[in-house]
Design a protein around this ligand. Structure first.
Ligand code: ACM
Length: 266
């Protein structure tokens, strides 16, 4: 099974450019799974809800239906970060599109970063695993700043994910030290599709640091993009290899957990 990570610089508010870029990337890709960055359809730096709502999509709109159609036609799992409108709420979401459309779903970002608090509601889906039998893969999603919380990847690992996809707009240099640990401690593949470039709002510039990477379940970097520049990086993965959580005849990374020792009362 092959996975591609697409790194690019979405243009803020330029929905047409971003949409076309994503469609072309999907059509030119020959992997089974393709992952795009966080907020790939809109750009990142919204100052308020008016801006995020003006760039939001209903999961059943024409643009989303185009991705659903491509997932079916090309027999490909597609993951894309987008602004999602649902009722009165607006979420920083990732759409997961499957060849069998009955599995299509969204993950809504749980941990909001910085001024996202002014533009989005906190995600309400929680963490979940999609068991997709047609490709024999378990796939779970988290988004960008969720990386700071080991609980996010841990939930996905405990739920049975073989692969965690992490659409991102990362700005800190710290994450490459931590993502491999998330992969090791849960024995999962971890796919970080990050963007690059800058966005300046109200005199503040955010620099997104690229280096999209795919980590295997030992934390090895199987492929990595440069800090800047468009890239489509791809590698083979073997989801079934993540499922044996014993690493010797006695120890098991999940069964050895002692949750009653982990309760912290504050
Ligand atoms: C981030 O969560 N986009 C840093």
């Amino acid at each position: 099974m092959k996975i591609s990570l697409i790194q690019f610089a979405p243009q803020l508010f330029n929905r047409e450019y971003n949409h076309n870029y994503i469609i072309n990337s999907i059509k030119n890709d020959n992997s089974d799974i393709i992952v795009f960055p966080e907020l790939a359809l809109s750009g990142y730096y919204f100052l308020n809800r008016e801006e995020s709502l003006a760039n939001a999509y209903d999961f059943n709109c024409d643009e989303m239906n185009a991705f659903k159609y491509l997932a079916e036609q090309l027999n490909k799992i597609i993951v894309i970060g987008f602004v999602e409108k649902s009722g009165e709420k607006v979420f920083n979401s990732a759409g997961l599109f499957f060849p069998d459309s009955s599995f299509n779903c969204v993950y809504r970002k749980t941990h909001l970063f910085y001024k996202e608090h002014n533009a989005f509601d906190r995600g309400d889906t929680g963490f979940f695993n999609v068991k997709y039998p047609d490709m024999d893969i378990n796939i779970g999603a988290m988004i960008c700043y969720d990386w700071r919380f080991p609980e996010a990847a841990r939930c996905l690992g405990l739920l049975g994910a073989d692969l965690i996809v992490c659409p991102s707009n990362l700005v800190t240099p710290l994450w490459p030290k931590v993502m491999p640990a998330r992969a090791i401690e849960n024995k999962v593949y971890l796919a970080v599709a990050n963007r690059y470039g800058t966005e300046t709002r109200d005199g503040e510039t955010l620099l997104f640091n690229g280096k999209s990477a795919l980590y295997d379940f030992y934390g090895n970097e199987l492929c990595q993009a440069a800090p800047e520049g468009d890239a489509a990086i791809a590698t083979d993965i073997f989801p079934e290899k993540t499922r044996e959580k014993s690493f010797n005849p006695i120890n098991h990374i999940f069964k050895d957990r002692i949750p009653e020792k982990y309760s912290v009362l504050f």
